[in-house]
Each structure stands twice: as structure tokens, then as C-alpha cells.
Design a protein around this ligand. Structure first.
Ligand SMILES: O=C(O)CCC(=O)C(=O)O
Ligand SMILES: [Fe+2]
Length: 407
């Protein structure tokens, strides 16, 4: 090798060595940048998780201050809880929504107060595609505070939808709780884009309470979103209204009792404070041959099914998996008499306004309402000899502020 070659080699070597050092430096810098980015993401995630955990524990305390142990019955391990006679066919009348007209439904089902399960009413609802998974719902509900309960003073307890989803998937919370938190919110439809995804089924389209005035009208439409074992304790819907409940995804188990003689051990069983507990403790008793009262009607509602609950029927509902539903309490010609009797006592001011509006749009029903008022006055005249013949104007003990939320 000549000197020149040698020099070139040395220079070559130097350059390569320089490049290698530079590369190494760059690599280290890149790694350091990545490490910082990673640590930033971790700390952001930790902060987010801490925020979520803080929110959950605060919300749980507020929504059910009486509960110290949310998983004391171990229902999450009891598979039979979610399998309670699902295959036994149910005992509620089932009809095809496509084959029933408004008049038929009103005469054969509503006026006879027959609970029923209606198939095929929701096929054309955009909601059937837009609400059928947590991810799809997140597109519309991220950042929205949803009602998951009430505190001891009756104020709404709200939770961000994304926190609710995390709660449902959390092995230490929603996955483990006996009766997990449940979104039951009468403002969600109005305040979000969810309202564009459905229309009230035609057989329930006669909404007479809209004539009571928007500001006075009690809440009447709720979104219900929850995981397995969440649900609604036994109750009757408010103000004599009937209800339709449209299930978009998942399965709900219903038990229903007719108005009238339902025993205390069904309505107020000791130590039963949730739908899950009710189905564990009370439900099996009602199935025994020795059960001496009314047997409940029962049914499992699946995706696309609508349940009709006639006014005055007691009902208790448990979610068997992740469910999304919308439900509405309504007054129609079929239950008008019953609803008017209720509102007259508990919402006298609203009833006055309602009657005035009905006299224009539905004079036939306004006459029914006026007759109820006249009959009431006649009765109170007869029962209290000292009373004057002027209008009683509604019971003084009645409240015009009754909260009509059903659960
Ligand atoms: O879906 C539920 O949890 C029950 C709803 C209910 O009570 C109703 O629709 O009347
Ligand atoms: Fe209800």
C-alpha cells in the first residue's frame, strides 16, 4: 500500500468513526426523547386514572350513601343471576309491531291494560346502528355528564360518560358491584344528538301531556344505559301514565304485577334495595307452587323489542348484559281518565292549564276532565257538611312539584 492510500484510509476511518459517534449521539437523543414522551404519557394516564377513581368513589358515595360494601352478595360470580329462566319463554303477550294498527293497539291492548312485548317496531330507527356499542355511543356522549342516581337531598348525581364506560369495565367497580351504577337520565335525549336517532313508535304517538305546556310538564323520556346486574327496583310509573320501553341493544329481564293487591313482601321486602337483590331474593319465591298471591308476568326483552307497561302495573327490571334503551311515560285516550285523576291531585296548576288547552284540541277529553272535577266537588260537598259550594281547587296537601322520575 502506498502512503497516499494509507492517508486516505486513515481519513476514511476518521470519517466513519465520526459518523458512528454522531449516529450514536442521535440515537441516544431519539431514545431520550421517546423516553420523555413515554413518561409524559404515563403520567398523563396516571393523572387521568386518578381523576377517574376520585370521581367514581365520590359518585358512589353520593348516589348510595347507605352502601358500604358494593359487592357483599358476590353477584358478579353468580352466573345464575343473569340466567334466571331466560329460556322459559316468558308469560307476557307477544305481538308483531308491523301487523298492528294504532286503533287495534288502542282497543285490544291499551284499553284492556295488557302488558306486552312488541317485535319489529324499531327496525327503521337509526339508533339500532348508532347506539349498539359503547364505542358508537362514545361518539355522541363523550364529555356529557349523565345522571346515575340522586343524592340524599334528591339532587342528580352525574358522571361523565367516558368515566361511566371505564367504571363498567373496571374489575374493581362495575364488573364487581352487585348492582352497578346505571344511567337513567331524562335530559340526555334533549341535550344531545341522540334525539335524531329515533322517533316515537306510531302506536304510542298520541302524547296528550304535551298539551300541559313544556315548562310544567314533568320529565317523561329517559335514556337507560347500563351493564349486567344494573336495573330498576320495583315501582309503578308516575301520575297514572303507561310506558313504552324500546331496547336497542342487550337484554332486560322484566317481572310485572297487576295493579291492586300486591303484597308488601313483593313491594317492600326487607333488606332489598336493588333490582338484582329483588331477583335474587323475591323472584324465586313468586315461582313456588306455594306462592299465594298473583304470579308475576315475566319476559326477557331483546334488541329491537319494545315493552308496553300499562298504567298502574308494578314492574322490576334487571339488565342481563350491556343495554341501551329509551323509555317514555305517556298519556293517551286509553289512560286519560286515570292520568287526569292523578294530575288533578298532585299537579293542580299543570292540570288547569292542560284542561284549558284540551278544550281547544280535544274537547271530548276536556269534558271528561271537567266531569272528574265536578264529581270530586260533589263528593267533597257531601262528605263535609260545613263546606261551601265553591270549587275545592285541588287538595291542599297535594304537591305540584312531584318528581315523576320512575326509578
Ligand atoms: O329499563 C329499565 O331499567 C326500567 C325502565 C322502566 O321502569 C320503564 O320503562 O318504565
Ligand atoms: Fe317504570
Amino acid at each position: 500500500m502506498c502512503m497516499r492510500d494509507k492517508r486516505e484510509n486513515i481519513t476514511d476511518c476518521d470519517t466513519r468513526h465520526g459518523d458512528a459517534t454522531k449516529n450514536k449521539g442521535n440515537k441516544l437523543k431519539k431514545e431520550e426523547k421517546q423516553r420523555r414522551k413515554y413518561l409524559k404519557a404515563v403520567s398523563k394516564e396516571e393523572k387521568r386514572r386518578r381523576k377517574y377513581l376520585k370521581a367514581v368513589s365520590k359518585i358512589k358515595k353520593k348516589a348510595r350513601s347507605e352502601l358500604t360494601n358494593w359487592s357483599q352478595y358476590g353477584y358478579c360470580l353468580k352466573d345464575s343471576m343473569m340466567d334466571l329462566g331466560v329460556d322459559d319463554g316468558g308469560s307476557v303477550l307477544e305481538i308483531d309491531g308491523l301487523g298492528v294498527s294504532f286503533a287495534e293497539f288502542s282497543h285490544t291492548i291499551e284499553k284492556r291494560h295488557v302488558p306486552c312485548l312488541i317485535h319489529n317496531l324499531l327496525k327503521h330507527w337509526p339508533a339500532m346502528k348508532r347506539w349498539n356499542s359503547v364505542e358508537r355511543l362514545m361518539e355522541q356522549l363523550k364529555g356529557v355528564a349523565c345522571k346515575v342516581g340522586s343524592d340524599d337531598d334528591g339532587y342528580a348525581v352525574r358522571m361523565l360518560f367516558e368515566h361511566f364506560v371505564e367504571y363498567l369495565r373496571d374489575p374493581e367497580h362495575g364488573k364487581k358491584d352487585d348492582s352497578p351504577l346505571y344511567i337513567f337520565d331524562s335530559t340526555l335525549v334533549e341535550k344531545t344528538t341522540l334525539k335524531h336517532d329515533f322517533i316515537v313508535p306510531y302506536i304510542f304517538s298520541e302524547d296528550l301531556l304535551k298539551y300541559a305546556g313544556k315548562s310544567r310538564r314533568p320529565p317523561h323520556q329517559w335514556m337507560c344505559i347500563g351493564g349486567p346486574r344494573s336495573g330498576t327496583s320495583i315501582h309503578v310509573d308516575p301520575l297514572g301514565t303507561s310506558a313504552w320501553n324500546a331496547l336497542v341493544c342487550g337484554h332486560k329481564r322484566w317481572a310485572m304485577f297487576p295493579p291492586g293487591s300486591v303484597p308488601e313482601e313483593v313491594l317492600k321486602p326487607k333488606g332489598v334495595n336493588s333490582a338484582a337483590r329483588w331477583f335474587d331474593v323475591v323472584w324465586p319465591k313468586t315461582l313456588l307452587d306455594s306462592w299465594e298471591y298473583h304470579k308475576p308476568l315475566h319476559v326477557v326483552q331483546g334488541p329491537g323489542d319494545v315493552i308496553f307497561v300499562p298504567s298502574g302495573w308494578w314492574h322490576v327490571v334487571i339488565n342481563l348484559d350491556f343495554t341501551v334503551a329509551v323509555t317514555e311515560n305517556f298519556c293517551s285516550t286509553a289512560n286519560f281518565h286515570k292520568v287526569f285523576m292523578h294530575t288533578r291531585i298532585s299537579r293542580p296548576k299543570m292540570t288547569q292549564r292542560w284542561l284549558a288547552c284540551l278544550s281547544t284540541v280535544r274537547p271530548d277529553l276536556a269534558r271528561v276532565g271537567q266531569q272528574i272535577i265536578n264529581d270530586d266537588e260533589r263528593c267533597s260537598d257531601i262528605s263535609s257538611p260545613s263546606s261551601s259550594s265553591t270549587s275545592s281547587g285541588g287538595s291542599s296537601s297535594s304537591s305540584d312539584d312531584e318528581n315523576s322520575a320512575s326509578s
